[in-house]
Design a protein around this ligand. Sequence first.
Ligand code: FE2
Ligand code: FE2
Length: 335
Amino acid sequence: MRLPTGRGALSSALIEALLADDLALLPAPGSASCADPLADDDLQLALWICYELHYRGFDDVHPRWEWQPQLIALRTEWEEQVLAALRRDVGDVGATGSVAERLRELVDGDDGPSMSRYVQLHADRDQFVEFAIHRSIYQLKEADPHSWAIPRLEGAVKVALLEIQFDEYGDGAADRMHSELYRQLLRGIGLDDGYAAYIDDVPGITLAISNVMSLFGMRRELIGPLLGHLAAYEMTSSEPCRRYARGLRRLGGDDATCRFYDEHVTADALHEQVVLHDLCAGYAQGDEARTEQILFGAAACLLVDRRFAEYVLDCWSAGRSSLRTETPDRLAAAG
Ligand SMILES: [Fe+2]
Ligand SMILES: [Fe+2]
């Protein structure tokens, strides 16, 4: 993977510094200030690049940049903007009742637009392709951000997380890894299955979906939000995946292409139980501060998903592409 194209002052300066291997070219501290950090193209791309240094890295960047102190300081500053926006928009998650009950209430009370219903019933082929491109940014590293929690947990709670993650990573079979099933889906609809192949095509809010998980994952102090994020993710997956599979079959998808969704219908119905009763309840142990951290992470997951769905569905209802590039070159090749 090579560095993406810059989208503004921050990301462009960061890319230049990384390419030239020159600290002096990094953006100045305190230079980021955005009205809407969650959807800001420039800020989200800069963060995404910082996080990718901890995942797969870039062929054109020296790996030592992963722990470069000045860059870590900048990243922290950028993260604070995202965290402040999340805290402001999530609001009060007040904790009464068990963590499982509160999570259930939070998820049931989410009244955002349903991307999965739209895809099931109305999306045309081009829209499905766009949707698959957006999701490819996270899905090709599916489960990796939540794995940062593994070495930070102990005992039954660690085992509960591993039960989920072992499934995500294919139950011991590389071709059943969920990220591999997603590659199969991308190939099935004629798309590039390369990691982050569409990074230049997706808007800031799409990057925010995976950046928020990475932010929670990279900071041990945010392990509660990370577990809550995983809970909301698993709890909002099984039924929507059934709808995505129906939508894809309606558009001519075969079983191999739909397998990613089919697998999640059953896997995530189970993961939901494990994440609620073993992982989150086990971690919270009835402690109110921990419960509130879990709920904040779950609410943040729902919020970013809602912002994403609103953005994409608004674009489509206005007859526009939801990608930054109206007709990406690679799409033309996909036909
Ligand atoms: Fe999965
Ligand atoms: Fe899952």
